[in-house]
Ligand binder design. Structure first.
Ligand code: FES
Ligand SMILES: [Fe+2]
Length: 319
């Protein structure tokens, strides 16, 4: 994959690494993400923490057999204890702790039902925040309906999907090419598409408002038929694969079961769209200077915005 894309496979931003409900207090799990081996655990203080996986002592993977103690984790091999900042708190059989005993701790945030890590090539602190979504956990909205894919595709191709207005007609069978407007505010990009939707009651004006918060987190607000929100995350696993999760929630207007019905229909449509997009993503080539034409919309604007998150030297190794 690296040779297909002239920039790093791991952009800067917040990336989903876990679902909140799948990480109970005391849980410890290995993560393979962003080209690295990491460990995630939830301390007794309920905070999710992410560290580099391999214990600096003799290299055990903390995600396989590590145990939570308070807000720290104990290595399964020789019982060294590490806190959430990656500091060694205790070696039970030694009076001294080597001064280099330090694990990389990853900045995390837990929002909207997900745990995210902040990745920056130069390890600089987060330069933007993710939003708190009012719909998440609200009684007026259905619980998330989630779908996952492990796709042999680059994060950029999946992200570009929303601004590629023409493909909605030729890949997904939309009746018309939507009108798309893009607005940029630092790390946040808003894309508003308006289109006519065919319904049993005739045509209605439909809208898709997509907001990207860096390359790893996106919300999509649907209006027109039934208000719905899709929360999308893309996390590069390694140079070849990406981990994609789409979650739908639907506003409860005519009762919970009607809303669930709308949600199920949206998920079916989403699955159909993914099956249409994936063969294109898996086999396409990245052109740094694509041959764009008048009707292509905002692809150029989108790529320009993404540059702020990307390291253009794919061979520069991270420390
Ligand atoms: S490898 Fe972790 S304590 Fe020895
Ligand atoms: Fe698509």
């Amino acid at each position: 994959m690296a040779e297909r894309y002239p920039f790093s496979a791991y952009p800067n931003g917040w990336f989903r690494v876990e679902h909140s409900e799948e990480l109970a207090v005391g849980d410890v799990k290995p993560l393979r993400t962003l080209g690295r081996d990491l460990v995630i655990y939830r301390g007794e203080d309920r905070v999710a923490r992410v560290l580099d996986a391999h214990c600096p002592h003799l290299g055990a993977h903390l995600g396989h057999g590590g145990r939570v103690e308070g807000d720290a984790i104990r290595c399964p091999f020789h019982a060294w204890k590490w806190d959430g900042q990656g500091r060694c708190l205790e070696i039970p059989y030694s009076r001294k702790i080597p001064s280099k005993a330090q694990l990389r701790a990853w900045e995390t945030c837990e929002k909207n039902g997900f745990v995210f890590v902040w990745h920056h090539r130069d390890r600089t602190p987060p330069s933007f925040e993710l939003p708190d979504l009012a719909e998440y956990g609200s009684e007026a909205w259905t619980p998330y309906e989630k779908r996952f894919w492990k796709v042999r595709a680059h994060w950029l191709d999946m992200n570009e999907n929303a601004v590629d207005q023409v493909h909605f007609k030729y890949v997904h069978g939309a009746h018309t090419i939507p009108e798309t407007q893009v607005e940029i505010d630092g790390a946040v990009l808003r894309c508003r598409s308006r289109m006519k939707l065919g319904t049993p009651k005739g045509e209605v004006e439909g809208g898709i408002d997509t907001t990207d918060y860096g390359p790893g987190f996106q919300t999509v607000q649907l209006s027109g038929i039934s208000p719905a929100l899709m929360v999308n995350t893309v996390t590069p696993i390694d140079e070849t694969y990406s981990d994609v999760c789409f979650s739908y929630t639907v506003k409860i207007v005519d009762g919970a079961s009607a809303a669930r019905g709308v949600g199920a229909a949206l998920i079916r449509d989403l699955e159909k769209q993914m099956n249409q997009d994936i063969p294109i993503w898996e086999n396409k080539k990245y052109f740094p200077k694509p041959l764009l034409c008048e009707g292509d919309g905002r692809i150029g604007v989108y790529r320009k915005w993404l540059r702020q998150f990307v390291d253009w030297d794919p061979k520069r190794l991270e420390d």
